[in-house]
Ligand binder design. Structure first.
Ligand SMILES: Cc1ncc(COP(=O)(O)O)c(C=O)c1O
Length: 457
């Protein structure tokens, strides 16, 4: 039985007792009454002014308590002592690390650190204003010109967050006369951007382009502008879209095509130019290139690259850009330099591709389920429910390997998994070692999970 099913089967008394236990563990007290406030709105219950009564908060408390009782160590917010590469230190202990976005192994390298320090010395730590109104510094345009050149498109724009890039680009480009059609496994930021835009939203089953075609046949004509959104490498599953088919459909149905390259920039293609290079597609056949600076480029933020009209429009109007501070100049300078390293050192994407393929082959040799993973920098080991995924991550941690679980609601409960991030700094021996530990621990934690589910049923 899944942990989610276990929650729903608890009596409300048991749930309340769990909530109380959790609150006490956190130093709170959910049994104390909400503060009594003199209010003009007499019919409104006090619980509506009490964060502890938020349904989502209560559910979170139940999840945490059950996880705790099942023996799952809190995997989130672990504080790493320093630079996290193939190894990392947590509380003074060393762990083999498969939980870093640093795909190209550049974070903390001397060249990038020097660029960051020089920028801090020159510009300080903050842009100190929105770029529109006095926050513009030379590294911003250096980064954007580098990205535009990299993608062979007219221009690019850097936002302070990758998540916000998707949100505010979709929200700014679309309105209620329009439609956005996205892959069902799209990242949270794409779904929220689509929601905020007010456009009609439709999702198509993951990588099912016949279904997408049907949607377009049925609904395209009823809308003005339509954006189709997909990802270069899917963030939870590590598989690729069929980009040639997407390009064909977007041309046939006169739509825009937006591709999120968070996990494909620096990873796919001979020179790391991403999913277009992987498939041999002209970069200009994709209308909106989106990506993050937080993975291969060792910074923080996101970008849009494409036609000058698109970039000019967003830079003068997208709320998450206009009404937000400019990216810290040091981060812009660092990401620009990381891009330059990528251009100079194609052996980095080549190595990631080699490691990804090796991971997949090793996992298959050991009888592990890699789900849809195609053998790039993101590789899942699917274990089939959230409880098992949590317990397995705990077991790995005890064996000094840091790899995090992805559980419901980030993925379906039945698709819960460990998600491995591979990096240029990993060796094949480290991958084999980690997978052998997974293969050893998985049957044990499955037994544990079955016992726990039996006891709580
Ligand atoms: C596909 C995808 N898009 C966007 C984002 C958001 O990027 P960031 O974490 O840089 O804000 C992520 C985050 O990992 C992602 O996986």
């Amino acid at each position: 039985m899944t942990d989610k099913k276990q929650f729903s089967r608890l009596s409300s008394k048991a749930k309340n007792s769990l909530i109380a236990q959790m609150a006490q563990r956190k130093g709170g007290d959910s049994t104390s009454p909400a503060r009594t406030i003199k209010s003009e709105a007499l019919d409104i219950p006090d619980s509506l002014c009490d964060f502890r009564q938020l349904p989502g908060y209560k559910e979170l408390m139940i999840h945490q308590t059950i996880a705790n009782q099942a023996g799952i160590m809190e995997p989130y917010f672990q504080c790493h002592d320093g630079l996290a590469k193939d190894f990392t230190k947590i509380d003074g202990e060393e762990y083999l690390n498969f939980s870093t976005y640093d795909y190209l192994g550049l974070n903390g390298c001397e060249r990038l650190n020097k660029v960051a320090c020089d920028a801090v010395n020159k510009y300080g730590t903050s842009a100190s204003a929105s770029r529109l109104v006095s926050g513009e510094r030379p590294p911003h345009r250096r980064l954007e010109k580098g990205l535009a050149e990299f993608y062979q498109v007219e221009d690019a724009l850097a936002f302070v967050s990758g998540h916000a890039t998707n949100i505010w680009t979709l929200a700014q480009l679309l309105n209620r006369n329009d439609m956005v059609v996205y892959d069902a496994l799209s990242h949270n930021s794409i779904i929220h951007g689509a929601k905020i835009s007010g456009a009609t939203r439709r999702s198509f089953p993951h990588n099912d382009y016949d279904a997408l075609e049907k949607e377009l046949k049925k609904h395209r004509a009823a809308h003005k502008r339509v954006i189709i959104v997909s990802e270069g490498v899917f963030s939870m599953d590590g598989d690729l879209p069929d980009l040639p088919r997407l390009v064909e459909l977007k041309k046939r149905f006169k739509c825009f095509l937006m591709i999120d390259e968070a996990h494909s920039l620096g990873v796919l293609g001979k020179s790391g130019r991403g999913v277009a290079e992987h498939f041999g597609i002209d970069f200009n056949d994709v209308d909106i290139w989106m990506g993050t600076l937080s993975k291969s480029l060792c910074g923080c933020g996101g970008y849009i690259a494409g036609q000058k009209a698109l970039i000019d429009y967003l830079k003068y109007s997208a709320p998450g850009f206009v009404y937000s501070v400019g990216m810290s100049p040091a981060l812009a300078a660092t990401a620009a330099e990381a891009l330059q390293v990528l251009v100079e050192e194609p052996e980095r994407p080549a190595r990631i591709q080699e490691l990804g393929a090796f991971f997949k082959a090793e996992a298959e040799r050991l009888g592990l389920d890699t789900g849809l993973g195609e053998g790039f920098a993101v590789m899942p080991i699917v274990v089939g429910n959230s409880l098992v995924a949590g317990l397995l991550s705990t077991a790995m941690f005890r064996r000094k390997i840091n790899v995090l679980p992805i559980i419901y609601p980030a993925v379906e409960d039945s698709a819960a998994r460990l998600r491995f991030f591979l990096s240029y700094s990993h060796s094949k021996e480290q991958i084999t070692e980690a997978l052998e530990v997974v293969a050893e621990e998985l049957p044990k934690v499955r037994n544990l999970a079955t016992t726990f589910s039996g006891e709580t049923a």
